[in-house]
Design a protein around this ligand. Structure first.
Ligand code: SF4
Length: 317
């Protein structure tokens, strides 16, 4: 394992990257630049693999001041207890997790949200990201978040009138949110794809490029709140759009909606809970935010919940 020790002392842009060992090899990650380097020539014995999922998403609260028709966030009031959350994140950080993505609901409605980001970025080596509709980010909040957040995902489902019909907020105000967000950290655009938003994809991707977005994340609509999710013909048209896409902003797709689309997974050997886990606002650890089952973490350790969910997953396979 001498070569592993040598690789661990590699620097990226003059900084020591976080090192994660797993079935895919040795993974170096620099949260400040977002650079990932996978050394897959080295074979890591299973006993050295990281226990923490590569990335964790956490719904801080179910509260949101918007009411998007396709929203899958539970509507029962719930919010995570801050000290417990910080303990989970400290444990995950120490066990190889690379990043946390805060969501909800609307994470900026979580009490002292900017202070939480500051604490996590200064007390752990996790990359701090969050997903937001953007309308609550004013100049004061932007100032508090700057330097404590590594990436922001802005939800923009449709352009102009489509956006305003679905989100019931001014698109002009959303464009102002983009301006503020890009002054905080690198950002990406999240885009729910359904029969209403499909035709705006070209304009949305062009807008993302003009605004300087680092990525454009496609979220084929999932079944929720009595809606069936993206229909087959819209999914087929989305697939054609992806194949013909020539824009400069890299495309990503949510795992839940990736079926049938041409995307590559850089680490197919690191899947399931090794790659990703979700914690909802009730403190339940799930395989994804769309998954019905899960393990309530309660006052226990998050790593114990991960092991318990892993055993549960194996038993149903
Ligand atoms: S902004 Fe997000 S959390 Fe809020 S209602 Fe819309 S989809 Fe749900």
């Amino acid at each position: 394992m001498k070569h592993v020790q040598a690789l661990k002392s590699t620097s990226i842009a003059g900084r020591a990257p976080k090192v994660r060992l797993g079935p895919a090899g040795l993974h170096l990650f620099d949260r400040a630049s977002g650079i990932n380097i996978l050394v897959d020539e080295v074979s890591i014995p299973p006993e050295m693999w990281a226990i923490g999922p590569r990335n964790v998403s956490i719904a801080l609260t179910n509260t949101c001041d918007l009411d998007c028709p396709y929203c899958y966030a539970p509507k029962q009031p719930a919010s995570l207890q801050r000290d417990r959350l910080l303990q989970w994140l400290t444990d995950l950080d120490a066990n190889g997790t690379l990043g946390v993505g805060f969501g909800g609901g609307e994470p900026t409605q979580y009490p002292q949200f900017s202070d939480l980001c500051r604490r996590v970025s200064s007390c752990t080596s996790l990359a701090v990201t969050f997903t937001t509709h953007g309308h609550r980010i004013d100049d004061a909040l932007a100032d508090k978040l700057r330097g404590h957040v590594h990436f922001i995902r802005l939800s923009m489902d449709g352009v102009g009138r489509t956006y305003e019909t679905l989100r019931r907020r001014s698109f002009k105000a959303f464009l102002n949110s983009i301006r503020r967000v890009r002054g905080i950290s690198p950002f990406g655009i999240n885009y729910v794809v359904n029969s209403m938003t499909l035709n705006d994809l070209d304009r949305a991707a062009a807008l993302a490029a003009d605004a300087g977005a680092a990525e454009f994340l496609l979220l084929p609509e999932q079944p929720a709140r009595g809606r069936p999710g993206i229909d087959h013909s819209t999914h087929d048209l989305l697939s054609e759009w992806v194949i013909s896409y020539q824009g400069c902003v890299p495309l990503r797709v949510s795992e839940a909606g990736a079926f049938g689309l041409r995307f590559c997974d850089p680490m197919p050997s690191e899947s399931g809970l090794r790659a990703y886990a979700h914690i909802d606002a009730f403190g339940v650890l799930r395989n994804s935010s769309f998954d019905a089952g899960g393990i309530h973490i309660g006052c226990g350790r998050v790593l114990d919940a991960i092991n318990a969910l892993d055993s549960m997953n194996r038993s149903v396979r």
